[in-house]
Design a binder for this molecule. Sequence first.
Ligand SMILES: O=C(O)CCC(=O)C(=O)O
Length: 262
Amino acid sequence: MGITETAEYPLTAEQIEFYRQNGYVRLPDVFTIEELEAARKGVDEAVRLREEISQGNLVDSDYARVFVQMVNLWQASDILRSCVLSAKLASIAKRLSGFSQVRLWHDHALVKMPGDSKPSPWHQDLPYWPHDRSGSLSCWMALDDVTEENGCMWFVPGSHRWGRLEPISLTDPQDIFSLVPEPKEKDFTPVPQPLTAGSCTFHDSLLFHYAGPNRTDRLRRALITIYMEDGTCYTGAPHCVTDSLGLKPGELLQGDLFPVLA
Ligand SMILES: O=C(O)CCC(=O)C(=O)O
C-alpha cells in the first residue's frame, strides 16, 4: 500500500538557524493522520513478527529493556517504505543540513516496552556509524504522544559542536559528560522534547541525547529515519547495516541500500 505524498513541509529560516545553532529542531505535525496510521501499522506488524520469532520473549536482554530496535524496516514493509523514503522528510533533512543531496543511511523503529524499561543513555550517534564525516542527521518521528513519563527525547543544545567522542555502551553506559573536553566552558543543561504523535525532531549525529524509561503501561513507538550527505564514505567500522556488504574502507556508501532521497 502506498500513501499519498503530501506537500513540502514549510520550514522557516528561524527553524533552520535554530537547528544549526543547537543541533536539533522540533517540528510539529509533520506526518498527516494517514501517514501516522500507516507508520503505526507497519511498526506494530514488525513488533508482532519480532514477538513471534522470540516466542513471546521480546524483552529478553538489557538492550531490549532500553528499546526493541528493528533496523531497515523500509526493506521489509511496503507501508514503511513509503514513510521512510518520504520526499517530504528528506527535503527537511536536506534544508536543515544544507547538503546538496541526502541519502538514506538507515531507518529503525525504537519501541520502549512497558514494564522493566530502562533509559536510552546519553550518547552521540556518529561514533556508532562507519561514516567518514559529520553532519548525518536523524528524523525522530513520534508514533505516540511522548512525554517525560513514557520516554521522550532530551537534548543538550549546542553539544553537536563538542566533537566526536567514544561510543557509549547502551546497557552499561559511561557518563558521556565526563568525556567532554574543557567541561567548565560548556552548558550541560538538557532540554526535554515532548511531542504529539506525528510530530518529530531532527537531530545532528553529534548531538548529546537521551530518552527516559517508559513508565506507562503502553508502548512508546518511534520511527527514526537517518540521512547522510551524498558522498559519505565507509570507514570500515563495524555496523549491522554494512557488515555483510563487503565494502572496503574509503568506498562510497551508495546504491540501492542507500538511495538519494532529496
Ligand atoms: O528513542 C530512543 O529511546 C533513543 C533514540 C536515539 O538515540 C536516536 O534516535 O538516535
